[in-house]
Ligand binder design. Structure first.
Ligand code: HEC
Ligand code: HEC
Length: 281
């Protein structure tokens, strides 16, 4: 049987069997004692409907445990937890911080290949449960990362809007431009702003004339006007993904949690950003 090969299961089972056997033995012993043993000693004067009490001294073991418990309780409140400020959570946090510092310094200057490998590891553990192992978003349950950040995704953002990152400007409204104009703006944006290169070079000139629609909120330099809206000059790049990881996004698809709680170190965020970036087609 498979579960018998597991040491922890086996230990648990042996422990359970031991507890059952010891319980049966002890209970049996005392029931027998209650039934047949005759007690001896001097009876106290009190008597409650025929139930009397012997004047036996306290068992020594009991006294020691009683006094010991009081001493331990005093020590616990005065010297031990909580009054002197020790906490297990605090110790855990300190250990994690020390480990992370060591981790950050060990991987301070990783090459691209190392970053991608680290990113893949982080992705499979932290992101794949929602985004799928291939990053496809599991049938629309979360963002499809194989197209997120692409030229086509920018068209989607312009047509459908975007919300949930809590920027001071609020939501980016849907329907800012029609589909054709959106395609032209997307072409201009990837060619001239994010500089990742367009597949629709013929639309770049038209997109340039429409770009003012975007600078109203994203600023002349596309950097988001001092945090009023996202910096889209690095949209679709690892830096933008790190930003999403830091703030999270309660968008129209669902809730992307923030990872700004110490779960990931800066280098891990960058590595998973690079990895996600490598998924984009
Ligand atoms: C009314 C102000 C406003 C205008 C106009 C605007 N945006 Fe936005 N944009 C925002 C805000 C605010 C966000 C962040 C929304 C959020 O919380 O997800 C955003 C987000 C984005 C994003 C990131 C989406 C994502 O998936 O995170 C892109 C790309 C973008 N805008 C491109 C554009 C382009 C291109 C234009 C011009 C057609 C444009 N925006 C016009 C306010 C605006
Ligand atoms: C609890 C589920 C969940 C987890 C875990 C999760 N995501 Fe997401 N993510 C989402 C959802 C849902 C969205 C879509 C949000 C929206 O726009 O409605 C999303 C959106 C995104 C986006 C697009 C954001 C944008 O601006 O449009 C990126 C990039 C992303 N996730 C990367 C990651 C990475 C990297 C990880 C792992 C470190 C991760 N996600 C972990 C649920 C999750």
């Amino acid at each position: 049987m498979n579960w018998l090969n597991d040491n922890v299961n086996l230990l648990g089972l042996i422990g359970a069997a031991a507890i059952i056997i010891i319980t049966i033995f002890v209970v049996g012993k005392y029931i027998k004692q209650i039934k047949y043993d005759k007690s001896t000693g001097e009876l106290a004067d009190e008597n409650w409907d025929g139930i009397g009490e012997y004047k036996n001294p306290l068992p020594i073991g009991w006294s020691i445990s009683f006094i010991g418990t009081i001493i331990w309780a005093l020590w616990y409140f005065l010297v031990g937890y909580p009054l002197n400020g020790y906490s297990q959570i605090g110790e855990y946090n300190e250990e994690v911080e020390a480990y992370n510092t060591k981790f950050e310094s060990k991987w301070a200057n990783p090459d691209d290949q190392t970053l991608l490998g680290m990113g893949e590891g982080v992705f499979l553990v932290q992101c794949a449960p929602c985004h799928g192992i291939t990053g496809d978003g599991i049938n629309g349950k979360s963002a499809d990362l194989t197209i997120w950040g692409s030229e086509k995704a920018i068209v989607d953002v312009i047509v459908n809007g975007s919300k949930g990152m809590n920027y001071p400007l609020g939501e980016m409204p849907a329907g800012l431009l029609d589909a054709t104009s959106a395609k032209a703006v997307a072409a201009y944006m990837v060619e001239k702003v994010t500089k990742t290169g367009t597949q629709n070079a013929d639309l770049v000139a038209m997109g340039e004339t429409l770009w003012v629609t975007c600078t109203i909120c994203h600023g002349e330099d596309s950097k988001g006007m001092n945090g009023s809206s996202p910096d889209i000059s690095n949209y679709g790049k690892p830096e933008f993904i790190v930003n999403v990881l830091n703030i999270g996004k309660k968008g129209s698809i669902g809730n992307m949690p923030s990872f700004n709680d110490g779960r990931l170190t800066d280098i891990q965020k960058l590595s998973v950003g690079k990895y996600v970036n490598s998924l984009t087609q």
